[in-house]
Design a protein around this ligand. Sequence first.
Ligand SMILES: Cc1cc2nc3c(=O)[nH]c(=O)nc-3n(C[C@H](O)[C@H](O)[C@H](O)COP(=O)(O)OP(=O)(O)OC[C@H]3O[C@@H](n4cnc5c(N)ncnc54)[C@H](O)[C@@H]3O)c2cc1C
Length: 493
Amino acid sequence: MIKSNQRPLNDETGATGVPAEQLAALKAIVGDKGLLLPSEGGAGNDLLPYETCVRYGAGKAAFVVRPATSSEVSQVLACCVAQGITVIPQSGNSGLVGASTPDATGTQGVLSLDRLSGTMELDEDNRSVTVGAGVRLSDLNSFLAERGYSFPIDLGADPRIGGMIATNTGGARFLRYGDVRQNTLGIKVVLADDQGTELDFMSGLRKDNTGVDWKQIFIGTSGVYGVITEAVLNVERLPKQSAAALLVPRDEAAVLPLLRALEERCGSQLTAFEGMSAEAMACAFDHVPSLRNPFPGGELPGYAILAEVSRSWDKRETEESLDDLLEAVLAEIWEFEGEPLANAFIGRPEEMWSLRHALSEGVKHAGKLVPFDVSFRRGVLMDFRAAMAVELPKHFPEVRICDFGHIGDGGLHFNLAIAKDDPRLTDESFIPALRNWVVTRVTDFKGSFSAEHAIGRSNQSFYDSYTPEKIKSLAAGLKDLTSPGHLGAVKLG
Ligand SMILES: Cc1cc2nc3c(=O)[nH]c(=O)nc-3n(C[C@H](O)[C@H](O)[C@H](O)COP(=O)(O)OP(=O)(O)OC[C@H]3O[C@@H](n4cnc5c(N)ncnc54)[C@H](O)[C@@H]3O)c2cc1C
C-alpha cells in the first residue's frame, strides 16, 4: 500500500523530515557511505551539491541515498514505497529543467545514482557497450576512445548515463548520430513498487519485434516510470578525420538552403550544423576569456553556422582531405544563384567547438536568463526566429535574444536575457508572462516547448496546459502500472 508523502518534520531525527527508523532501514541497505543526512543547523552541508540544480536554485533534501548496485536500488525503492517517501532520481545533476533536485519542503529524498558505476564492457562485434547508469559520459568516452570508439552524444556538460537516458539527451551531433533513444539498445530498470521490481531489457539486440518495446517508456520520461540502473548503448567508430567551417549565411532565409546543399554534397559525413547568433557569441567572448575570436578583425556576423564533416578512417593517399572536400563544397555553394553564403572560414575544429560549447556558459552571464529549449520542423525554425526578432520588442522591450541552436535537427536554445537591474524583475508576474507568451508563440509555429531537456518543474505548467487530456490519462495509467510509488519531480499523468 502507498502511504501519503506528506510527513511532518520529525523531532526524532532533528534536521530531516523522515523518522529515524526509516533512515535506519535505508542505512541497513546502503551502509554508512551510502546515506547522507542534513547536518544540525545546516553547518557544512554535504547535501548541498545534491540539492542545488544548474538552474532554478536549490531545494532541501530529507536525505541523499546512494545505492551502489541495482539490487540496492531495488531495496531502497521498496523501502521508500512502503513508507510513502518521495524520492527524486539524480545522476549528473546537469539537467536544465529543475527535475533532478528535491523541492523546498525538506520531505523528499534524493536517490543519487552516482555510485552505480559497475564495469564497462565493450562488445566490438555488436558495436555496443554495457555500462552502469552512474558512469559519467566523459569516463565512458575515455574508456571507448582507447579502443577506437565513442558514444556519439556530444554536449557542453558531463552528465551520467542514467540521466541521459531519462532526458533523452540530444546534443550537437544529433544530425549524424541521433539522440540517446536512437543509441540505446537495452536498459535495466527498477520500478517504484512495493517489491522494487527489477526489469531486464538488456538483450542489446538491434532488431527485436517480439511485442511492446518496453524500454522506450523509460527513455525521455524524467524517471517517473522507473530508475535506470544499467544500459547497453550503441557505439560508433571514433572519427579519425574532421574539418569544420564557420559559415555566414546571407540572411535567415539562406540557412536552410545551406543545410540542404551541405547534406546533398557531404551525405552522412556532415556531422554538425549548429547556429550561433551574434548576441550569444558576444556573451561567450565577454565571459570566457580563454576563447579566441576567429572572425577577421574580431567583427561578429549577425549569425554564424558551425558546420563539421568527419570520417572514421585515416586519410588514404589518393583521397582528398576533409579540409579540401569542405573547401570544394563551399566553393560550389558560393556560386549558387541568390548567393546564400556571405562568408566562410575553414579553421581548426577544436577552436570552433570551443566557441560553440562556450555559448551556454556565456549567456548565463548576460543578465537574468530566461531560457527555452524549443524545436520546430527544420524549415520553420528560422521563421520563428525572424518573427520573434520583430514581435518580442513590441511585447517585451529591452529583452535581448541570445539564441543558438542545433539547426540541423530543428532545435533552438532560445535564450532571453534581461538586465539584472531591470525594475520589471521585481514584479513576480513579469517572467511568467514572458515565458507563457513565448511558449504560446512556439505552439503557434507547431513547435515543441521541450526539445531535448525533457520535463521538469520549470516546464511542468506547459506540459499541463498543452498535453491533451487523453494523453495525460494514458500517462497516469502507465504510472500506476509501473511505479505507483512517489518517484521523480515530474507529473506526466
Ligand atoms: C552547459 C550545459 C550544456 C548542455 N547541453 C545540452 C545539449 O546540448 N543537449 C541536451 O540534450 N542537454 C544538454 N544539457 C542538459 C543536460 O546535460 C542533459 O539533460 C543530461 O542528459 C542530464 O543528465 P544528468 O546525468 O545530469 O541527469 P540529472 O540532471 O541528474 O537528471 C535529469 C532527469 O533524469 C532523471 N534521472 C536521473 N538519473 C536517472 C536514472 N538513473 N533513472 C531514471 N531517471 C533518472 C532525474 O530525476 C531528472 O528528471 C546541457 C546542460 C548543461 C549544464
